[in-house]
Design a protein around this ligand. Structure first.
Ligand SMILES: [Zn+2]
Length: 229
């Protein structure tokens, strides 16, 4: 069981850790600041000791994280290492991730999918195309990012979540379970949902947003893609 430090403090960029296992091209640590691909958010990149981490994925158990190293790395179990995420990239992912929570509240429709990269992010909605008006969405998003709203994370039990299905907005991206508790992300007055990703502290930190495009990706998938303006 690794200690997942990004959950309590997504702003933690680096720490000391010990390598607890080595798989083909990947290591597990006793603690980590690296977010593994999940909930639509890309896995972190960065460094473990002198090696480059090219991607981060979930391991076999809910708390295990596989740090995928560049080819040629030769880590050994028990080794103490300095680890650090590529912070510029991670911070963009946090800003885009939080922006999608805003988008999900601006567009009143079921969310059927989503993806967060460091240069753009999108949500898919089950909605008619004509109801997605680019200028209106953009204007409302920028109202929210120019208003400084503190985001809040807290934990509830799996049972509490089961009793509140309304807290799961994204049909295709279930919140991480299996540990008896899930995390809620609240943007007061805007959005409240179960989410295991990394978010910024304040909506103002997202900065100005633009709707890059609105496109149909199928009958129940109308995709709204955001970029930083
Ligand atoms: Zn989230």
């Amino acid at each position: 069981m690794a200690e997942l430090l990004f959950r309590e403090d997504p702003y933690l960029r680096a720490c000391q850790a010990t390598i607890v296992s080595v798989h083909e091209g990947a290591v597990e640590l006793d603690r980590t600041v690296f977010y593994p691909l999940g909930g639509g958010q890309s896995g972190d990149t960065g460094r473990i000791g002198s090696w480059k981490v090219v991607d981060t994925r979930k391991g076999a158990t809910p708390d295990s994280v596989l740090h995928i190293l560049e080819p040629g790395s030769v880590p050994t179990v028990g080794q103490k290492v300095e680890i650090a995420v590529d912070w510029d990239r991670r911070h963009r992912l946090m800003r885009y991730h939080t922006a999608l929570h805003l988008l999900g509240s601006v567009v009143k429709a079921p969310v059927t999918g989503g993806r967060i990269n460091d240069d753009k992010a999108h949500l898919d909605f089950d909605i008619e195309m004509e109801k997605l008006v680019k200028d209106a969405i953009e204007a409302r998003l920028n109202e929210l990012t120019s208003t400084s709203i503190e985001t809040q994370a807290r934990w509830i039990t799996d049972a509490e979540l089961d009793a509140r299905p309304d807290l799961v907005r994204t049909m295709s991206v279930a919140p991480p379970r299996g540990e008896g508790r899930v995390r809620l992300l609240e943007i007061p007055g805007v959005d409240l949902q179960a989410c295991g990703g990394t978010h910024v502290k304040n909506t103002a930190e997202i900065g100005k947003l633009a709707v890059a495009r609105i496109r149909s990706e199928g009958k129940r998938n109308k995709r709204v893609t955001l970029v930083f303006a």
